[in-house]
Design a protein around this ligand. Structure first.
Ligand SMILES: [Fe+2]
Length: 231
């Protein structure tokens, strides 16, 4: 499930891609803490998503607590917990891989990253529930998507309750349905505590990720990069 490597002794690009495709999480320890190194490394694996709000409009976003006039500058810049989700669930094209580089862990060990593998879900999901998740479309912004999809013999995940609830008014039965799913996801989830210099790579479509809340003055600092790997 989790494979650790040291920076400089990690396997080649093709082997990294292969492990990620199989649904493993990879940690490269002692990764250099600069945007440039991170962008360079990721550019060999796939195409990074440049976003306007990123550092210099490039591929790296600083996940830190940041406030302006007492408001968080974005939800990613808050101290709040994030329930298990897919990133960019409302984008036209969802990047299939994410890298998180821990520049500074939380002093008190809070803000722990959590994950839930699609493969564990599929093992625990009754067939009728699976069919429901494959069939029913939900609104993710302008996109209508099912939580599970099946293409070319592979399942993929798309789930982000915050997005689903922000863009549409859900029926009480749907809220109930999502509450049950969240409970199931949480029961199958596991934690990974990132240390300074850990770069964790994982597939955005083959697992959900989240994080625990932290103190409002936490100095936790994660550099996030989203990218698309073609196989
Ligand atoms: Fe996320």
């Amino acid at each position: 499930m989790l494979i650790n490597h040291q920076w400089g002794q990690h396997p080649g690009d093709a082997a990294i891609k292969e492990s990620l495709q199989q649904g493993y999480l990879l940690v490269i320890k002692n990764f250099p803490l600069s945007d440039e190194e991170l962008q360079l490394f990721i550019s060999r694996l796939g195409t990074a998503l440049n976003e306007r709000r990123n550092n210099n409009g490039k591929a790296v976003f600083n996940v830190i607590i940041s406030r302006h006039n007492n408001f968080f500058t974005s939800i990613a810049n808050s101290n709040l917990a994030f329930p298990l989700h897919t990133d960019c669930a409302d984008f036209d094209e969802i990047p299939n891989t994410i890298g998180l580089l821990c520049v500074e862990p939380d002093e008190e060990g809070q803000g722990t990253n959590t994950f839930m593998l699609l493969s564990s879900l599929l093992r625990h999901l009754p067939e009728d529930e699976k069919q429901k998740m494959l069939g029913k479309k939900w609104k993710f912004g302008n996109q209508q998507r099912s939580i599970l999809s099946f293409e070319d013999g592979n399942y993929a995940f798309c789930y982000d309750r915050i997005t689903m609830e922000s863009f549409s008014r859900l029926e009480a039965t749907e809220i109930d349905e999502l509450n049950k799913l969240d409970k199931l996801f949480k029961s199958l989830s596991f934690e990974i505590k990132l240390e300074k210099g850990d770069l964790i790579l994982f597939r955005n479509d083959l697992m959900l990720h989240g994080r625990d809340k932290m103190h409002i003055d936490s100095k936790r600092w994660i550099k996030r990069i989203r990218f698309d790997m073609k196989y």
